[in-house]
Ligand binder design. Structure first.
Ligand code: AMP
Ligand code: ZN
Length: 473
């Protein structure tokens, strides 16, 4: 498989170091809010990478995706909510798991939390190694990484050493490229902040040390095979992860660095700080299914920017409907015989699909192959005698689409959605009861609101003398 490596800025052949198991780390969500669909562009793209490595290339995965449950943002947000950090982040971890399941992400082998004791200890241990190798200094109870001690500092982000500011330091978790300075590894305790003391003095970890330490603790010694995340993580986060891991161990941290481009809204990066975000729930509230969102998120190559709109979401939904209608049509083919030319055509499509995916995850190209096959096979089934596609052919075509979907993960997701009621039945019943009461109380505005919001979610209410029933839209 060919994969673009940010470290070398070239596409390279990817094979795991041991030839069998891919040791992969992807930076997970900072759990201070519900993930937005920009975050999920990155997570879904990396899920497609995982699926391609596993189902197409046949590797075993050891994939770690962390939860950043302590950093500037999580601490501030939990303080504002007046909840303990653990309770606060628990909520968003659960929401993230729900969203991942709804978007058809395969569970990964490990989801560590930064604040689990074993992980905090691994961070402190890494800082001790860095100290022993002369990469750190302390100031006012905090420990910093001195970037001037690592000549390769800046190799991932391709920083110009001229612009670095030796001696100057930065405490915040995020900062700009122009601001390449010594960064914090362990922050001294501040009033009202959670604090741990495992050997670096009372305080808490900086964001960057969390990932380096958890990656090596769980995946074993570097180099790991792949490290991934969104493109905004290249600097400072991934640059600093490299500095820490390589400074501490003396050998390479990760062989391949994979970065996913932004999802934009109105020409701007979707981001919580700009406030231009949609969550999966917002999408569902507008009557779209998660499978349509997954389709949108994979339909543009992961190294190109994706401009989100509700129009493309509607188009994605229509494309998925075409796909499921096609599969339904194939299922209805019961007679007829096998045609060798169809078997050969399907085999060619399978090979082309695999080639596209193996070419730096060219999902748009792979979707092109899939729809070309769909068009041709529909045309064959349209022929008057109907005998151009026999049951054995239809079975082969379905098998091919199953194989495509192991990588794409959209059709199976749609099937699950179709099997489940669009809104949980208990919730529908509660809303029906609430509406009945609202009408008795002559609160007709509220009653209409309930009917309309259910309709937007795909549920139609039908009133009759014996009560209210619901059906799918
Ligand atoms: P965070 O929770 O901020 O650490 O972000 C989680 C992941 O989402 C990281 O890999 C980010 O790079 C990624 N991300 C954030 N915003 C976007 C966006 N608009 N488009 C694509 N990926 C994003
Ligand atoms: Zn990270």
């Amino acid at each position: 498989m060919r994969l673009f490596n940010t470290l070398t800025r070239t596409e390279e052949d990817f094979v795991p170091a041991d030839g069998r198991t891919v040791r992969m780390y992807t930076c997970g969500l900072t759990v201070y809010a519900r993930g937005h669909i920009g975050n999920f562009r990155t997570f879904v793209s990396l899920d497609v990478l995982r699926r391609a490595l596993r189902h197409q290339e046949g590797y075993t995965m050891h994939h770690v995706m962390n939860f950043t449950d302590v950093d500037d943002k999580t601490i501030n947000a939990s303080q504002q909510a007046g909840v303990s950090l653990r309770d606060y982040t628990d909520r968003y971890i659960q929401a993230f798991r729900d969203d991942c399941a709804a978007l058809g992400l395969e569970p990964v082998e490990s989801n560590p939390r930064a604040t689990d004791e074993a992980n905090l200890r691994a961070m402190v241990e890494m800082i001790a190694q860095l100290k022993a190798r002369g990469h750190t200094y302390e100031s006012e109870g905090s420990t910093y990484f001195r970037i001037a001690t690592l000549p390769e500092y800046g190799k991932l982000a391709r920083l110009d050493h001229e612009g670095m500011q030796p001696g100057a330091r930065v405490d915040s978790d995020t900062y700009d490229k122009q601001d390449a300075r010594d960064f914090v590894l362990w922050k001294a305790t501040k009033e009202g902040e959670p604090t741990w003391d495992y050997g670096c003095g009372p305080g808490r970890p900086g964001w960057h040390i969390e990932c380096s330490a958890m990656a090596l603790r769980i995946l074993g010694d570097g180099p790991i095979d792949i490290h991934g995340g969104g493109i905004d993580l290249i600097f400072p986060h991934h640059e600093n992860e490299i500095a820490q891991a390589e400074g501490a161990t003396g050998h390479q941290f990760a062989r391949f660095w994979v970065h996913v481009e932004f999802l934009n809204l109105n020409h701007e990066k979707m981001s919580k700080s700009l406030g231009n975000v949609y969550t999966l729930q917002d999408i569902v509230d507008r009557g779209f299914r998660p499978s349509a969102l997954r389709y949108v998120l994979i339909s543009v190559h992961y190294r190109k920017q994706l401009t989100f709109s509700f129009e493309i979401l509607a188009q994605a939904d229509a494309a998925l409907t075409r796909l499921t209608d096609f599969i339904g049509r194939l299922e209805r083919v019961t007679g007829g015989e096998a045609h060798p030319e169809i078997a050969a055509r399907v085999e060619r499509a399978r090979a082309e699909f695999r080639r596209k995916i193996a070419s730096d995850l060219n999902v748009p190209g792979a979707l092109g192959v899939l729809f070309e096959l769909l068009r041709e096979m529909n045309a064959a089934m349209d022929q008057e005698d109907g005998g151009a596609v026999g049951a054995p052919d239809a079975a082969l075509i379905r098998e091919a689409f199953e194989e495509f979907d192991q990588v794409l993960g959209v059709m199976a997701l749609r099937r699950i959605e179709e099997a489940a009621p669009p809104v949980p039945e208990e919730e529908i019943q509660t809303l029906i009861d609430e509406r009945r009461q609202a009408r008795r109380d002559r609160k007709f505005g509220r009653a209409d609101e309930i009917r309309n919001s259910l309709e937007a979610r795909g549920v139609i209410l039908e009133d009759s003398p014996t009560g209210t029933r619901w059906k799918r839209k």
